[in-house]
Design a protein around this ligand. Sequence first.
Ligand code: XMP
Length: 501
Amino acid sequence: MILILDLGSKFSRFLGRRIRESKVYCEIVPYNYPMEKIKGKNPEGIIISGEMPIDIGAINGSIFELGVPVLSIGYGADLLVQTFRGSSIKPNTFNYKFETINADKESLLFNGLYESLSLWLDKEYVFDNIPEGFETIGYIDGKTVAIENRDKKIYAVMFHPEIETSNEGKYIIDNFLFKVCNAAPNWNMEEFIENTIEEIRKEIGDRKALCALSGGVDSSVAAVLVHNAIGDNLICVFVDHGLLRKNEKEQVEKVFRDQFHMNLITVDAKDRFLKKLKGVTDPEKKRKIIGEEFIRVFEEEQKKLDDIGYLVQGTIYPDVIESGLSGDVAVKSHHNVGGLPDDYDFELVEPLRQLFKDEVRKVGRLLGISEEIVERQPFPGPGLGVRVLGEVTEEKLNIVREADYIFRDEIKKAKWDKKIWQYFAVLPDIKTVGIKDGERTYTYTIALRAINSVDGMTAQWVRLPLELLEKISNRITEEIPQVNRVVYDITNKPPATIEWE
Ligand code: XMP
């Protein structure tokens, strides 16, 4: 396994995904992870990666005494040379782009690659004083951007091989994995499934497990995986809080009850959610109420069952990294349907804890889950409750649900569905003046949002064809009498978030 010591930001996650794509198992831990634990993991290689705006000082020098190959990237490379009493030059403002680098093919890192490589870096961010024992293996305009200590197998590079668009970066990472570390490419989802089912069987035995199924990718894959291990001893609860998209409940029933023959309890809790949300307009309060009410409903169902020892959750690796690594301020209180309070007397089963999203999808496909579920776009736990701005009422939910359905239908027909990360309709709490059949109308506005993103942390609005937008707008205003205006959201994240509330 490869251990990534993370200095912050999302670079380490890109790197982790790239390494896993090469079928090598890796884990991301904070840069100050205790030395004893590092040793305990017995890594085949260590990568120091990430970018942090504050200076954390030099890294723990004993990492370099473990006899394990080390690759340091970007800011990690900067810290590495400091540790070895070298230095680098940091520009005042950064300007990262693809530049042509001269690479030394004698180095294992560049073995088999061209002599000039296109790599992503700031060409002003370079090594200045090269520490003793190290030599230059990559340069640009005569300045050093990559160094190695051949004996100790320590590398420091100023370019970012992990970014998705860097093809040559991928080969450099593979060289580090296979030529420098001799890592074994034995990480694959078929084996993961086999081993995980075996482990779950051993762990749970004859006891019963409960799963809050939301119909999202993660909880669906987790449920099917556990079902494969313990069959009918897994009981799934699907709470219909009335904040779901059109046909969602039917789809979940079709897949889990009809296809997989799972023990599924669907709870119709629409009225109690609406009652709780009556008169509430504050977005955070709404989220809280929905989250708490979900737990109440789930608890009541759980009390009707006996002998439940385990709770299955669809936690995935980015959730683990996010809660364990960054001290990021929560912009919104995200409550996952399926997220439950701490005071439960259950053991947790989180079979997807080690997997990135694309790996979860792969596992889902291998388990025979349909594309409809496996490729499902993200949907917030509080559902349409945060897409009806202001007070949530049944009428407003019906409007946004129908608009969302039309939007999704047209996007699919136009074959844009695979090109967009997330798209949905929002009902802002405003009415405007319009005209229909020669009569004045005063009805609601629908906002459409379509964004592309890698992980939801940042997002770009999608340039949908104007003709398609017009078609969608026409359908919404024709088919939903309470809507006379449609607007398209052209804001990136940041400054906006993806959801409006
Ligand atoms: P924001 O609006 O924060 O959303 O830019 C980022 C991503 O997270 C989804 N989202 C949620 N997911 N529970 C969830 O499971 C939530 O409460 C929640 N709120 C937002 C959002 O749809 C987007 O994909």
